[in-house]
Design a protein around this ligand. Structure first.
Ligand SMILES: *[C@@H]1O[C@H](CO)[C@@H](O)[C@H](O)[C@H]1NC(C)=O
Ligand SMILES: *[C@@H]1O[C@H](CO)[C@@H](O)[C@H](O)[C@H]1NC(C)=O
Ligand SMILES: *[C@@H]1O[C@H](CO)[C@@H](O)[C@H](O)[C@H]1NC(C)=O
Ligand SMILES: *[C@@H]1O[C@H](CO)[C@@H](O)[C@H](O)[C@H]1NC(C)=O
Ligand SMILES: *[C@@H]1O[C@H](CO)[C@@H](O)[C@H](O)[C@H]1NC(C)=O
Ligand SMILES: *[C@@H]1O[C@H](CO)[C@@H](O)[C@H](O)[C@H]1NC(C)=O
Length: 464
């Protein structure tokens, strides 16, 4: 492979790409260094000072339309108060919302006191301050509510997946926080703490992850998707309830979209309708998730929310030799719906690398016709794998060869992405690798809305 070696040498200087069947495999060469978790004493894990001080503060959308926020935090010394005091920058009038407190045990670990309080009927497009830890050590944070839902409302989503708590995770988060495109909400595609990689799933690593991410998620909502590292199913140590730590710590507003489970639900935010699915809950015909999605998709009103975005953990289209075809059974169940309802984009994680597909579908197959090759389809979503947050398991570098035609761009580097909605027809999408400067977009493309502007937006190199 002399040609490839030659290109590799060039790639040391520039971001050179190899043109294959369809898309490009970037040959950006990063320093190959082992991915290691930040030690327990790291600055990012420090415990806030003061008696019973709230820690691991995190927020997520708390209703269907963006006028509510779920505020969560943990206290360690005593239960303390679950109340949140909040006020808007506009009028400063203080209000208090009551919440609830939960605890759980996992093997020999006992959680702190986990508080979840939903504040509702917030004004759109307004900065709010909030205080937690009332009666003991209080801490104050703030967030900005989204604009009122509407078809041409610009809004900027960050995309992060498979984050973990390694030194690379910290670089990914810092890079996202300082991005000149200023993400307003994170769409998180699953695999949060990777505590389950520690002996007995040491849940202390759930606490450290909560303290590490607080600097972002206390100030802007992260929309949660459950990944395989949230399952925490460990019958060998007597832990047989899946998702126990995750579902005690991270609450989502699933009931607002008539879901019966926190693992699949939807929200509307600005000009987007976001559907979160669970790769690790049953999704076959007649199951609760299937019935919910079947009823959910017809409810999407593109006049109100032109952008239809789906989040899941395990990708349907993935050309790396990792988790290969793990998303296949769910694809078989739901892909025809995604084409019918013209989903704009599907974000997934799981594979620790980056990949963006062309608009393709593979829905012609039935058991007798043998049609099983993905075809170009302008009604289909673009599939993006963004599982490159930086967790301790390291990068997925082994790709299937040749690169399949549907794969537009792939690269094994850590990073994050930004989906920057401009209006009902255009969204600018970009992916940043951690090694670059803040403004460098290693992959970027304009998305044309499938409902309002369904012109061909494929980016493929011509096949040869
Ligand atoms: C839990 O058990 C492990 C293994 O026996 C031990 O190392 C650890 O110190 C224990 N943790 C607690 C909180 O008891
Ligand atoms: C901590 O706050 C709770 C709730 O307000 C209160 O009941 C408790 O007395 C406080 N603890 C101390 C030591 O002040
Ligand atoms: C994590 O990143 C922050 C912000 O860049 C930095 O201040 C901190 O020292 C980093 N911590 C570690 C352990 O890398
Ligand atoms: C869809 O949204 C538009 C704009 O808000 C509204 O006028 C219309 O009635 C909605 N359609 C349905 C079927 O609810
Ligand atoms: C890449 O994955 C393939 C398929 O699993 C395997 O046969 C091959 O040995 C792997 N290559 C490397 C360098 O690990
Ligand atoms: C939508 O946004 C795109 C990109 O900024 C712009 O080129 C286009 O003119 C906008 N459309 C309208 C109707 O403003």
């Amino acid at each position: 492979m002399g040609v490839v070696e030659g290109l590799l040498a060039l790639a040391l200087v520039l971001n050179v790409v190899v043109v294959s069947n369809g898309g490009k495999s970037s040959l950006f060469v990063r320093k190959v260094k082992k991915t290691v978790d930040m030690p327990l004493g790291s600055d990012v894990f420090s415990v806030p000072p003061g008696y019973n001080a709230p820690q691991q503060v995190h927020i997520t959308q708390g209703d269907l339309v963006g006028r509510g926020m779920i505020i969560s935090w943990v206290t360690m010394d005593e239960p303390g108060s679950s109340a949140v005091r909040y006020w808007s920058e506009k009028n400063g009038k203080k209000k208090t919302a009551e919440g609830k407190m939960v605890t759980y045990r996992f093997f020999n670990y006992s959680s702190g006191f986990i508080h979840h309080t939903t504040i509702k009927n917030l004004e759109y497009n307004t900065k709010y301050y909030y205080e937690v830890g009332l009666g003991n050590t209080t801490r104050q944070f703030w967030f900005v509510t989204p604009p009122e839902i509407g078809p041409d409302v610009p809004y900027t989503f960050g995309l992060i997946g498979d984050l973990g708590q390694s030194f690379d995770s910290n670089i990914t988060l810092s890079h996202y926080e300082l991005s000149p495109r200023k993400g307003e909400t994170v769409l998180f595609v699953g695999d949060l703490s990777y505590a389950d990689n520690y002996p007995n799933h040491d849940n202390v690593r759930w606490d450290t992850w909560g303290r590490f991410t607080e600097r972002s998620v206390a100030y802007q909502p992260w929309i949660w998707t459950a990944g395989n590292h949230e399952i925490d199913f460990a019958p060998e140590i007597g832990e047989t309830v899946p998702f126990k730590p995750y579902s005690h710590r991270y609450h989502v507003p699933y009931e607002a979209s008539q879901s019966t489970s926190p693992f699949w639900y939807s929200i509307k935010r600005a000009s987007a309708h976001i559907i979160v699915l669970s790769s690790y809950s049953s999704y076959g015909k007649y199951t609760p998730q299937y019935k919910w999605l079947e009823e959910e998709l017809p409810k999407v009103n593109r006049s109100e929310t032109p952008w239809l975005i789906v989040l899941m953990h395990s990708p349907w289209y993935n050309s790396y030799n990792y988790h290969y075809m793990e998303g296949e059974t769910m694809r078989v169940m739901y892909e025809a719906w995604f084409v019918k309802y013209k989903v704009d984009v599907v974000f997934a994680g799981h594979v620790h690398a980056y990949e963006r597909s062309e608009r393709v579908s593979n829905i012609a197959y039935n058991v007798i016709n043998g049609l099983c090759i993905p075809v170009k389809d302008q009604s289909a979503p673009v599939y993006i794998t963004i599982g490159d947050g930086g967790n301790l398991e390291g990068l997925a570098t082994n790709m299937t060869e040749p690169q399949p035609e549907y794969s537009a761009f792939r690269e094994a580097s850590f990073g994050h992405a930004i989906f920057d909605i401009k209006n009902r027809t255009h969204a600018h999408y970009s992916w940043n690798r951690n090694q670059d400067g803040l403004a460098v977009e290693a992959d970027h493309v304009w998305f044309f809305n499938r409902y309002w502007y369904p012109v061909d937006d494929s980016t493929a190199y011509v096949s040869h």
